[in-house]
Design a protein around this ligand. Structure first.
Ligand code: FNR
Length: 381
């Protein structure tokens, strides 16, 4: 999926021109038949938002509080691995864009800029982590997060297995550490991108490089991906809850029993996500499982929804069905590739404006009013 129906279509198109094919496909692609990815979008088409008039909507406030932070729009940038390979502004520039626009951000374990670099830039991103087989290593990441003032940890739980992503297989993405002639040709066809990446020296996985024995970004990624613990279960989550005293959020929840179990372990919130269709295929759309999860959580924590959010109307629909806020993955990756920090800020502003448009046209002046009406604002097609 590039982006054919979103506010981000031009960023998506530009990112494909700016990036070597194997990186463009890495961002755009999904697992197996990419059905989940398609469903994430089509689920939103089954809902309309009923226009309302004769109300004073001269001031519309999209502000929200979520995961202990106050945002100007119910939006955060989802963790995206290797984002720093897409543009020389990297994760630090993206975090600055999020901070400047007053929305949330999480940096991936597999980020090129380290969490220390991003935190030092003045942004206050959440850090996404995986629980590694070597718990001492995970403990070290938590200690680093605490030391640099990370406000919360997001633990991703939908990656016990890394499924085939056919585009990456075709492009040899995971074997880029020893580029083939075809891969070299593709990289050389994008000299601006290459110069941007090379300008900061040999890229490495900033968050993990000190733990890896391998050199080079893709070899380090392979080594550390093998560290993700496929045995992570309830006891593992309870261990993490004990180790990390700050805000703890579980990402990748798609079943109400998993949601209830995570809440019983004492986590502070959830991200309902199917990883943008990059993991289980075929999975249901996140929007379709959201109401059951909202019921299971029963107000005990904030719920962010991601996977397929492309327009302001999608955000309002997700909030009407019970989400506290949403996050976006590919949209900010496309914007970063297309134009760095400025484009990421522009993308956030585009969707924020659309959220305000939709709220106002629904006769609502703020998010609490939307929450009060809930599904009352929706029309099932
Ligand atoms: C991701 N996602 C992701 N999630 C995570 O927890 N850790 C990670 O390192 C990554 N890496 C990653 C790379 C790329 C290129 C993409 C597109 C996505 C998943 C991401 O956080 C989010 O769940 C999805 O991107 C949401 O779906 P949309 O907005 O891309 O449709």
């Amino acid at each position: 999926m590039a982006c054919d129906d979103g506010a981000f279509a031009s960023f998506a198109a530009r990112s494909r021109r700016c990036l070597p094919r194997l990186f463009a496909d890495y961002v755009d692609g999904g697992a197996h038949g990419e059905w989940t990815m398609a469903r994430n979008r089509s689920a939103f088409r089954r809902w309309g938002i009923v226009p309302r008039g004769l109300r004073d909507v001269s001031r519309v406030d999209t502000g929200v509080s979520c995961f202990g932070q106050t945002w100007k729009a119910p939006l955060m940038l989802a963790p995206v691995g290797f984002a720093g390979m897409l543009h020389s502004d990297r994760e630090v520039g993206s975090a600055r864009a999020a901070a400047q626009c007053g929305v949330g951000m999480a940096i991936s374990t597999f980020s090129i800029d380290s969490m220390e670099d991003v935190a030092a830039s003045g942004a206050a991103p959440f850090a996404q982590i995986y629980v590694f087989r070597d718990r001492a290593l995970t403990r070290d990441m938590l200690a680093r997060a605490a030391a640099c003032g990370i406000p919360g940890i997001i633990v991703t739980v939908d990656t016990a297995i890394t499924p085939v992503r056919e585009r990456d297989v075709r492009n040899g993405f995971r074997h880029l550490s020893r580029p083939t002639v075809m891969q070299m040709a593709s990289l050389l066809r994008h000299p601006r991108w290459l110069a941007g990446v090379a300008a900061r020296g040999m890229p490495r996985i900033g968050n993990l490089a000190d733990y890896a024995t391998a050199q080079g970004v893709m070899a380090q990624a392979r080594e550390m991906a093998a560290q993700i613990d496929p045995r992570l279960d309830r006891a593992g989550l309870e261990w993490l809850r004990q180790e990390w005293k700050g805000r703890l959020i579980v990402k990748g929840v798609m079943h109400p029993q998993d949601a209830a179990m995570a809440m019983a372990c004492g986590v502070d919130g959830l991200i309902v996500s199917n990883h943008g269709g990059r993991q289980m295929d075929p999975a249901p759309a996140t929007l379709d499982v959201l109401p059951q999860i909202v019921e299971a959580v029963a107000g005990r924590g904030d719920i962010v929804l991601d996977s397929g959010i492309r327009r302001g109307g999608d955000v309002v629909t997700a909030l009407a069905l019970g989400a506290t806020a949403v996050s976006i993955g590919r949209p900010w990756a496309w914007a970063l590739a297309a134009g760095g920090q400025r484009a990421v800020a522009a993308a956030i502003n585009v969707i924020s404006q659309e959220i305000a448009d939709v709220l106002g046209l629904a006769g609502l002046t703020d998010i609490p009013a939307l929450r009060a009406q809930g599904t009352g604002v929706l029309w099932k097609m």
